[in-house]
Design a protein around this ligand. Structure first.
Ligand SMILES: Nc1ncnc2c1ncn2[C@@H]1O[C@H](COP(=O)(O)OP(=O)(O)O[C@H]2O[C@H](CO)[C@@H](O)[C@H](O)[C@H]2O)[C@@H](O)[C@H]1O
Length: 475
């Protein structure tokens, strides 16, 4: 079975968040399970691309509005990521370093989709299925079925995975002419609330949509930034499949980014050595429980609550807990986190504003607790990395966090769970963390329990394959 994954991100080529981790791992595990899964990405002028070798496998040109663009399909020659990787190179549009935030982002992603469809149409390929990830490639299911240009592929099944239902990629009808000629009888399938909405269109037109956890599938019907009714209507087409993690990249016993490795059977020494290196780098005390946060500093992640929760906890538990934050995002939150460095007890607090992959690995390994007070969390990977690195996740019960973390107070549990994305709930979970840290035997038991959990991709990759198989008769 031949499947193309289409996405804006893929680790290690271009990563902004968890989408990259999934697209960089799922196809690898699917190939190991016996299907032929490839990844198609926009071309990014970044380190991985500069340091790898590519061959041109197709050249074409396609129209976007009034302009015609030449494009190339470049294939990485060695398949070193565990799957064939194709980049779509469009001089002047898809040839830049950043993944998002260009003023012509809309044009970039439409062009990406059109060039992909042109390529597989003109090169006479016959994929068994096309798997699209998030709104950046949400127009594919509609275009396949309702543009005469791609008629040959019209019956190709499509799966659409929602990693984040808050972002839809919507745009106005003034950009309608960026699309190729489509059958206007069906143009309503592009629409939501008077605009072209790629996420809504994908949900309407795909054969099956998936969410990255079962709980998130339910939540979309009451929290999806305006698409609630659509998700309610289309609920029979949805399936929740929990993300896995790439256990080769995220292996505490071999991870080259760590100063010390962690043995899952005897985690204490490895944890301590990692914590010592981290505390030394940031000037934090080694003998206090270290609570960390890693992620985009946005409202969805509850990042705006963190500054007040930290300042309150440092006042209530002076000298009993320390904090380390790694992230970038909303300016107000970044500034509030920076301002905390000047408060009383600030010697137990450090923040690093920016993106740093290696530091993230070191924080998962060297922290005692990882805080995730998310308002919305479709799956969450950070808690899975924390579990694998023996760090107790402190999570708000929502989406995938609810599906993957059991409170240590419950039988067989290992994490700290709370119900509200509020400063109060975060502070009480910090108090629980401090108490737990004082009971070293219990903490050691939880670490061993967490590190024995299996969140590898094997099972979820197979669930996707089963889903693909179930769509085959449509061909
Ligand atoms: N400043 C920084 N420096 C270094 N590394 C950083 C970083 N900020 C974030 N990261 C890394 O980026 C990834 C974030 O993963 P999440 O699952 O939290 O992602 P995100 O919300 O982007 O993705 C969406 O898609 C994923 C995948 O489906 C879902 O799990 C998730 O719930 C959904 O919101 C992790 O690998 C984390 O370590």
């Amino acid at each position: 079975m031949k499947v193309f994954h289409l996405s804006a991100e893929c680790y290690p080529v271009a990563k902004v968040g968890g989408l990259a981790d999934v697209v960089g791992a799922l196809p690898k595990y699917q190939n190991l399970a016996g299907i032929q899964a490839s990844v198609v990405l926009p071309y990014y002028n970044r380190k991985f691309v500069q340091e790898s070798e590519f061959e041109i496998v197709f050249e074409g040109s396609t129209r976007l509005g009034r302009k015609r663009y030449d494009f190339q399909i470049q294939k990485e020659t060695t398949d070193k990521l565990g799957f064939p990787l194709y980049l779509i190179y469009v001089p002047g549009l898809l040839d830049r370093p950043e993944v998002y935030s260009y003023p012509d982002e809309r044009e970039q992603f439409i062009m990406f989709q059109l060039a992909f469809l042109d390529w597989i149409t003109w090169s006479q390929q016959k994929p068994d299925l096309i798997h699209c990830h998030d709104h950046h490639v949400g127009l594919i299911p509609f275009l396949l079925q309702h543009s005469a240009l791609y008629k040959r592929l019209a019956k190709t099944p499509t799966v659409f995975t929602i990693h984040n239902g808050q972002y839809h990629g919507a745009f106005g009808y003034d950009k309608f002419d960026y699309l190729p000629e489509v059958n206007m009888t069906y143009a309503g399938l592009l629409d939501w609330a008077g605009g072209i909405n790629p996420l809504a269109s994908a949900v309407k037109c795909c054969d099956k949509f998936t969410t990255v956890s079962p709980s998130y599938l339910e939540e979309l019907s009451y929290n999806s930034n305006g698409l609630e009714y659509l998700f309610y209507l289309e609920r029979a087409k949805g399936l929740g499949i929990i993300n896995g993690i790439d256990t080769e990249v995220w292996n505490p016993q071999t991870d080259p980014m760590l100063p010390a490795h962690i043995d899952a059977q005897k985690p204490d020494t490895g944890k301590l050595n990692n914590k010592a290196a981290l505390c030394e780098r940031f000037g934090l005390p080694l003998d206090k429980p270290l609570v960390s946060f890693i992620g985009r500093l946005v409202v969805e992640k509850g990042a705006d609550l963190i500054p007040e929760a930290i300042s309150r906890s440092l006042a209530e538990h002076a000298g009993q807990v320390s904090f380390l934050i790694l992230g970038a995002g909303d300016t107000v939150t970044e500034e509030a986190l920076q301002a905390l460095h000047t408060i009383k007890n600030a010697d137990c607090y450090k923040t690093y504003i920016g993106y740093n992959e290696q530091l993230a690995h070191q924080i998962y390994a060297g922290s005692d607790f990882l805080l995730m007070p998310s308002r919305v969390e479709p799956c969450g990977l950070n808690q899975l990395y924390a579990l694998r690195y023996g760090t107790v996740p402190m999570v708000r019960r929502t989406g995938g966090l609810k599906d993957t973390v059991l409170d240590f107070g419950d039988e067989g549990g290992y994490g700290i769970c709370f119900n509200q994305a509020s400063v109060d709930d975060i502070c009480s979970s910090i108090s629980r963390a401090i108490t737990l840290y004082q009971n070293r035997e219990h903490l050691d038991l939880l670490r061993k329990r967490m590190m024995a959990l299996n969140f590898s991709w094997n099972q979820s990759a197979q669930q996707y394959i089963n889903l693909y198989e179930s769509l085959k008769p449509i061909i």
